[in-house]
Design a protein around this ligand. Structure first.
Ligand SMILES: [Zn+2]
Length: 477
């Protein structure tokens, strides 16, 4: 049968589930027709394909809930490398946006998706905002085509803006559309691509960039009503920096979360990227409404935005997931680096808090930290089934019977892992580039022995060198 095989004798299994169910003794796992059929002590059936997982640990494939794939061709831009969010947006993604033709955009998407797949990621939510007047190609079509080529699941968060943002530099503003144009295009995309299944490979979500700058408040509410009338989820950046907070407070007299709640952007069908600076009331609101969070720890570190109070949000009841954010603000936009950093940074939280106090700095409400702030099991849960829950894909993200066979098998054959007393934690705790024995999405093989099954990385590299050369020249002018 297609997409049917036995993974035999794994050293350890992480299920992606929270609490006591986070680990499974295995050691084998059977997939039938792209779904997990059995986990336990299993013998190969006659004619069954067997994948020897001795010396390997098995995880659910990662679910990345926030990305901007186009940024894969504008990493490490010298103009934005030391800038905080606002200046970086002006210096890098908005300024370099006109340099994107279809070929460049396609190469960026393919590169970003491949980078993610090689880190064990099987589902990607891309928050794309390259839309509007003057577009010479259909970026949505390119994204779905490239996701199909790489073999990963894509949730397209189709972001629209009716305002050209607060940024004064004409080269750094986002071309505006009308709300009607945005809605019409989302209906088109829903019709062409959106699938309802619990393990759907293609989904469409309604999105904007930063609500305070991209839309008029009444349009922000209209967008929520439109999304719910279409049965689509909603996504935006929110509360990324202290400047975002102050802007919301000054302009609207309320916190970013209160603003979102007032405009009907709250609940399990909504997820916000970042949420670095919520106060106690906002955390309570997000928790009570079971709103989703895409935690992008590396990007928040790169842009100096802060450390999101994820443990507090999780305790309150918010749905936590992990995102890498665009590669222009996270030059390692893969899930291996992201999960490793995320595990460490929340433990460092208390230390930085103490330092802020000692230096008379302003406390930001992030009182978590210390060696028990987050566990490897928390990270795996947030990065897999937590993400699938946020995206509304109930059959994805965990190693359980009946679930989609989105499976990453990591080979612990690097000296980094030698001597590891608990091999199950290796892919997150030890960091570095993982050696993927295999990655499956819906039981379909995407990566084998560290290489993609269909994409020539050397050719991609050669193309990327050429684009980087052109981008450097564009950026310098
Ligand atoms: Zn983002």
């Amino acid at each position: 049968m297609d997409n049917s095989f036995l993974i035999r004798n794994a050293q350890a299994l992480m299920t992606g589930l929270p609490g006591a169910a986070a680990r499974h003794a295995g050691p084998s796992l059977r997939v039938v027709n792209g779904r997990i059929d059995a986990i336990g002590t299993l013998e190969a059936l006659p004619g069954e394909e067997v994948i020897d997982a001795q010396g390997c640990v098995v995880y659910p494939a990662w679910v990345n809930t926030h990305h901007h794939l186009f940024q894969s061709m504008i990493k490490g831009d010298p103009h934005g490398i030391n800038c905080s969010l606002g200046d970086w947006l002006e210096a890098t993604p908005y300024r370099l946006r006109p340099a994107f033709d279809e070929a460049t955009f396609r190469l960026a998407a393919r590169t970003g998706l491949l980078e993610l797949a090689l880190s064990g990621c099987g589902t990607v939510a891309d928050h794309n905002y390259l839309y509007g007047p003057g577009m010479t190609f259909d970026p949505s079509a390119v994204l779905f085509e490239e996701a199909a080529r790489v073999g990963v699941r894509l949730v397209l968060c189709r972001a629209g803006a009716t305002r050209t943002t607060r940024y004064e530099n004409e080269h750094a503003s986002v071309p505006a559309e009308s709300l009607e144009q945005i809605f019409t295009d989302i209906q088109r995309l829903k019709h062409l691509y959106h699938e309802d299944g619990d393990n759907a490979m293609r989904r469409v979500a309604v999105a904007t960039t930063i609500p305070f700058h991209a839309l008029h408040p009444h349009e922000f509410r209209d967008m929520a009503r439109f999304a719910r009338s279409e049965g689509l989820r909603m996504h935006t950046h929110l509360n990324e920096t202290i400047a975002d907070r102050e802007f919301s407070q000054d302009l609207h007299g309320m916190s970013p979360v209160a603003f979102a709640e007032k405009h009907e952007w709250m609940g399990p069908d909504v997820w916000f990227a970042h949420m670095v600076k919520p106060d106690a009331d906002e955390i309570a609101t997000l928790g009570a409404s079971q709103t989703g969070i895409a935690h992008c720890a590396q990007s928040n570190g790169r842009l100096g935005s802060g450390i999101a109070p994820i443990p507090a949000l999780a305790r309150a009841g918010a749905r936590i997931s992990l995102g890498v954010d665009g590669a222009a603000s996270n030059e390692a936009a893969d899930m291996a680096s992201e999960t490793h950093f995320c595990w460490l940074v929340h433990r460092a939280g208390r230390g930085s808090q103490t330092m802020a106090g000692a230096l008379g700095g302003k406390a930001d409400g992030n009182t978590d930290g210390g060696a028990d702030a987050v566990t490897i099991e928390d990270i795996v849960h947030w990065g897999t089934s937590g993400g699938a829950q946020v995206l509304g894909l109930p059959a994805v993200g965990s190693l359980e019977c009946g679930k989609a066979a989105d499976i990453a098998i990591y080979k612990l054959d690097h000296p980094r892992y030698f001597g590891l007393l608990d091999p199950a934690i290796g892919p997150v705790a030890s960091g570095g580039t993982p050696n993927l024995r295999a990655l499956f999405v819906n039981g379909r093989k995407v990566v084998e022995n560290g290489k993609h099954v269909g994409i020539d990385t050397e050719q991609l590299r050669a193309d990327a060198i050429e684009v980087a050369h052109r981008m450097r020249a564009f950026s310098a002018n």
